[in-house]
Design a protein around this ligand. Structure first.
Ligand SMILES: Nc1ncnc2c1ncn2[C@@H]1O[C@H](COP(=O)(O)OP(=O)(O)OP(=O)(O)O)[C@@H](O)[C@H]1O
Length: 276
């Protein structure tokens, strides 16, 4: 893609490349640190502190699991990252230059944070292939028409994602006919079509069968390393299958953080969450 076309698509252009690259404000810069940095974030609802001086750092390419009891603040944290809820105090940075607290929800999505909510929302009457086609990263000012001709590159991108989400043999099936787990995979695929720089997944295996849960773990293990991913999940078997670093939230702050083994053996974590 030439510079002019890139500027048109992304709203900014690259200046130079390599280590000496200059970053324009608005462009994700992870050259000197984390992809996501939350510092002392607090959010109150009618005097109740849903987040209480929350600190969280996610490195580029990391797959982080967030666990914690009901009401610990997990959803509120995702809402702050995506601009749905504003913090009362604290800072939230996407890379080194993008101040999330100054952006609107659509601006945050455009900057490259993709979020998947618990309930799948696919276009039921369109085929699996068409769903991915509609989700393709394009100039969002022009609603992508299904009649626009796909380039060979676009077609192979869709086929690549179909294989990744294990739906190649369902490509021509209306999405409404998919099983619950398959719809969840399709939605993850739709997010991937937009080439997000950070993927937030809210309870991705809720309501899935054991088989679907295992395949979702496989999918996330394949994505790990190539994508930066934050997963909020209650299913501890699933978390165990994908976990690298686990963060435990409790009463709006980080109670413990580390390997699965470390947090599972942490007395405070057992008391407030795992032991119940
Ligand atoms: N819009 C709101 N107004 C009032 N209180 C809220 C609001 N959103 C969240 N809360 C409260 O803030 C606390 C944290 O909620 P949150 O949904 O972030 O927790 P959670 O860790 O995601 O829980 P769960 O695992 O049940 O989804 C809860 O006590 C909740 O009732």
């Amino acid at each position: 893609m030439n510079a002019e076309a890139k500027k048109e698509r992304d709203g900014w252009d690259d200046i130079g490349s390599g280590p000496g690259r200059i970053f324009k404000s608005g462009e994700l810069d992870v050259s000197h640190g984390p992809i996501l940095y939350l510092d002392s974030i607090s959010v109150s609802f009618d005097g109740f502190k849903a987040l209480n001086n929350l600190n969280l750092t996610i490195e580029a390419g990391e797959l982080r699991c967030i666990i914690g009891p009901n009401g610990a603040g997990k959803t509120t944290m995702m809402d702050v990252i995506t601009g749905k809820t504003r913090q009362d105090s604290g800072t939230a940075f996407f890379g080194q230059t993008i101040d999330l607290t100054k952006l609107t929800e659509p601006e945050i999505a455009h900057a490259g944070i993709g979020r998947k909510f618990q309930k799948p929302s696919v276009f039921e009457h369109h085929t699996v292939f068409e769903n991915l086609e509609l989700a393709m990263k394009t100039d969002k000012r022009v609603w992508r028409s299904l009649f626009a001709k796909l380039s060979g590159e676009e077609k192979s991108r869709i086929e690549e994602i179909l294989a990744l989400i294990k739906l190649s043999d369902k490509a021509n099936l209306p999405a409404g006919l998919l099983a619950h787990g398959q719809k969840q995979w399709l939605e993850i695929g739709m997010l991937l079509m937009q080439e997000p720089k950070l993927l937030l997944l809210d309870e991705p295996v809720a309501g899935m069968t054991d088989f679907e849960t295992e395949r979702t773990a496989e999918l996330l293990n394949e994505l790990a390393g190539q994508h930066s991913i934050v997963v909020v999940e209650h299913d501890m078997e699933f978390v165990g299958a994908i976990a690298r670093t686990v963060t435990v939230l409790h009463e709006g702050s980080v109670l413990a953080e580390g390997s699965m083994d470390k947090v599972q053996n942490d007395e405070r974590v057992i008391e407030v969450y795992l032991g119940r």
